[in-house]
Design a protein around this ligand. Structure first.
Ligand SMILES: Nc1ncnc2c1ncn2[C@@H]1O[C@H](COP(=O)(O)OP(=O)(O)OP(=O)(O)O)[C@@H](O)[C@H]1O
Ligand SMILES: N[C@@H](CCO)C(=O)O
Length: 334
């Protein structure tokens, strides 16, 4: 197959997974992006990848075939029938790596979306990008908002047989694999992300998780995650229901499945989370950490700045005040 263009630009949002109670399920796209440009080599004999990196990871990321965007782009090019191509990748990275802001999902989605844009002339097939990205990442909670934007809830559909698809009377068969749905988020929702200067890989944070959980802890999280769609968008509440939306956010982000087990791996982050929660803020580990996410309806910059003044003054933390990205990955053919 011949590529439909020689240059593609991709813009992918940072994402925060879990939102406390929704482990491996819930994700939120943030208005904070990496931008990448792929230029195909005009020489068919040259199939090498040349990688240039600016910003986050410029001193640490590899510049060879092991670079996650490169390896994913190669795989997606095979999947979409492009074969092995030579290309220059220019990456402008804002999203810090291994901090819980979905950098690996961003890299995977960028590689797949770029390959799709070289392979097809029409609008990006987001479902195809999501399916392949979730399979590569292994869990769908970051890749779903990176692809679709907004607040997503994802699940891995298992049929009783473990293969094939489930016929639904009068509807489409429900196929095995990852699925996602998108919820609206209220316009006044703000996200503060406290970014520490230390890293924690998702792999290490997953190793800290227990093999089994108490039934009451599973019930706890089911009850809390069920509050999240209304806590993120109170317009979902039935008419006449009145709730303090920030109190609802506080309850919805309580968690007993993963954070207590991971806290020892990120003590400074856990200390900040406890401090902010003791003042009523819905603060939590962002993704697998160690970033701290605070969700709030309304502007809480001043209060959060005061509460975290010690951390911010230490020079080991910075804070990003972000809105929600509602578009997901964007591609542009040049
Ligand atoms: N922009 C990027 N370019 C190349 N490789 C990347 C990029 N971003 C992440 N990676 C790869 O992914 C690794 C980080 O993935 P990891 O899952 O540990 O963290 P994360 O995705 O930032 O956090 P979380 O999944 O908790 O949000 C990096 O060490 C690097 O190997
Ligand atoms: N749900 C994932 C998100 C990080 O990739 C985790 O917490 O391990």
């Amino acid at each position: 197959m011949t590529p439909v263009t020689r240059k593609v630009r991709v813009r992918v949002p940072a994402t925060s997974a879990n939102l406390g109670s929704g482990f491996d399920t819930v994700g939120l796209a943030l208005d904070y992006h990496d931008e990448l440009e792929f230029t195909l080599s005009a020489d068919p004999v040259n199939t090498a990848a040349q990688v240039m990196i600016e910003g986050e990871g410029a001193d640490t990321l590899p510049r060879d075939e092991t670079h996650l965007v490169v390896s994913t782009f190669r795989r997606a090019c095979q999947t979409f029938g492009l074969g092995r191509v030579g290309f220059i990748l220019q990456a402008h990275n804002n999203i810090p790596q291994a901090r819980g802001m979905g950098s690996s999902a961003e890299a995977i989605v960028a590689g797949i979306a770029a390959a799709a844009a070289f392979a097809q002339d029409d609008e990006l097939n987001r479902d195809a990008v999501f399916e392949l990205a979730a399979a590569i990442e292994g869990h769908p909670d970051n890749v779903a908002p990176a692809v679709y934007g907004g607040l997503t809830m994802s699940w891995d559909m298992e049929t009783p047989e473990g293969v094939g698809s489930v016929p639904i009377p009068g509807g489409e068969p429900l196929h095995k694999g990852f699925h996602t749905i998108n919820y609206r988020v209220a316009d006044d929702l703000t996200a503060a992300v406290f970014v520490p200067d230390y890293e924690l890989s998702t792999e290490k944070a997953r190793q800290a998780l227990p093999g089994q959980l108490a039934f009451k802890d599973a019930v706890h999280n089911v009850s809390r995650v069920s509050l999240l769609p209304a806590a993120m968008n109170p317009a979902m509440l039935a008419t006449g229901q009145r709730q303090d939306v920030n109190a609802l956010l506080f309850a919805a982000t309580q968690d007993r499945l993963h954070q207590p087990y991971r806290a020892p791996l990120m003590e400074p982050s856990w200390t900040l989370i406890e401090k902010l929660r003791s003042h009523g803020f819905a603060s939590m580990v962002s993704g697998a950490g160690p970033c701290v996410l605070v969700l709030h309806h309304g502007d809480a910059r001043e209060q959060l700045g005061q509460l975290a003044s010690e951390e911010l003054a230490s020079g080991h933390w910075r804070v990003l005040h972000l809105g929600v990205d509602t578009k997901g990955v964007q591609v542009e053919r040049a």
